[in-house]
Design a protein around this ligand. Sequence first.
Ligand code: GAL
Length: 582
Amino acid sequence: MIYKKTFGTPERFVPTAFAPEPKAEIALMPDEIAEKIAFSAGKRGVKLTLALEGDTAVYGFGLQMKEINHRGNKITLRCNADPSSRTGDSHAPVPFFVTDKGWGMYVDTARNAVFYCGSELNRGLKAADFEEYAESEFVDNTRDLYADKTRENAALTIEVPLAEGVDVYYFTGESILDIVSQYNMLGGGGCLPPDWGLGNFYRCCGRFNEDEVLEMAKSIRDQRIPCDMLGLEPGWQTRVYSCSYVWSEKFPHHKELLQKLTDMGYKVNLWEHFFVHPTAPVFDALLPFSADYYVWHGLVPDLSIQEAQDIYASHQRTLVEEGVYGFKVDECDGSDFTGGWSYPDCAVFPSGMDGEQFHHLAGMLGAQTLLKAMGERETYSEIRAMGALCSSYPFVLYSDLYDFDDYLRAVINSGFSGLLWSPEVRQCSSKSDLVRRIQLVAFSAQSLVNAWNYDHQPWLDFEAANEVREMFEMRMRLVPYIRKAFIRYKEKGVPPVRSLVCDYENARHIEDEFIFGDMIVAPIRPEENEREVWLPEGEWVMLFDKKEYAGGTFNISTDKIPVFYRKGKEPETAEVTQFLPF
Ligand code: GAL
């Protein structure tokens, strides 16, 4: 069930003001739930307090790369392109969390909200404990304090800066998966990409001209590496930071190029961002709809205004009509932490929104704008920022960071918050690094090699074409299976890629395996050849060698990626040739 209650007077610029229609029933919050939430508002903004009982685990908050269970942490949801700690910074911060005690909560805000996940003790919540504690004998609990982040009678305290009120959505459900699915339905359900989007994606070097792009496309076909999306990086435009959205002199025959690539079975995707260069055809029209700051001397259009969306989309539409099937929307994730690469939180937008709110909404508004440009044509695109209630947008997140464990945690965490994430493969330090990363990306929301800074295919450095081909063939064969998982995402909100705890209550201790469709994936790290695997009760079959395993914990040693399906539930596959003109 989803219960809603309005506390105080909410702000105007919040995710629900822009999000798609919910596909879920929302009931008024009954008193017995509302009484659990203490609300006050003052100069600091809104404060909400709830009890966090026992060892309650707290999952979610968007694309978090450093931690899975946030219990005991202080999470400040800030948009940051280079999140480096467990403090809540994220490409895609989301004010939604789910507990393992049958409830979750979405706080409808586009502010840098703070969630103290049980790190504090609130006197109002359980006064009796104070006495109990005072009467207890002296114990030196220093060691416990360092060892354990959970505390009895802890409070979950939420601060929403500047706001005078906020809408709270409280979820109850039988499982974490049930609650996460309801959250996704609140955002309109999951997206369903076209089949070609479920295959493999290669982004070409940003320095390439049209002949070099074509050569790369041919070379991928010659090596019979299954690939159905080809991305062009900054160099396709005359101006890139900020963007002109006009084909550069390196692409004098771009229409012919697009046709040739389409004939070869590729769907072309163009890199860009929203910061509009003075030479862009839409610059003058967007000027009155832009913020009071420039980024890279370009405009920051206020895409919360429909007219601004339409103007921006009208030009992108000409690119779509020329034969483009998607976009990579870069730099929209608040790179002001990177060194002046964005607008400040105090920026003023013509709609009345400020920079802080726009940082949180830029992903959603950007996705909406580009979907307008796509018109009837389906897409499966990329974006570097997202936010709350974004599950219905066919846009996948990526990052410039590159730590393998961070990327794996992002695979696991994205599924708690209606987000899709690609642990893209770029440069690699060894054959093992390349192969292990390719294995992981092939079992993620988007199988992507991003060679934007590489004039050759990364696998050529290590003679690893065979390994890449094998993985990408598997990905392509699994398209019917992945499609089914996405249909479930669209219709029921079940994330296609998710944490084990979503489906298995007793998997809380497993933080390096995940569910893909219904299979369990236990990736092996670069430079390693074995690992411990935990599988739920039952009989399981390893996808690659068909060996059988019983549920429980065991060691596995393999140069493949351990992926298991339940015995008797072999995934549906298709021939690669069904999708590619080989
Ligand atoms: C980065 C992006 C990279 C690449 C590069 C091109 O911001 O994350 O994937 O596109 O820009 O300049």
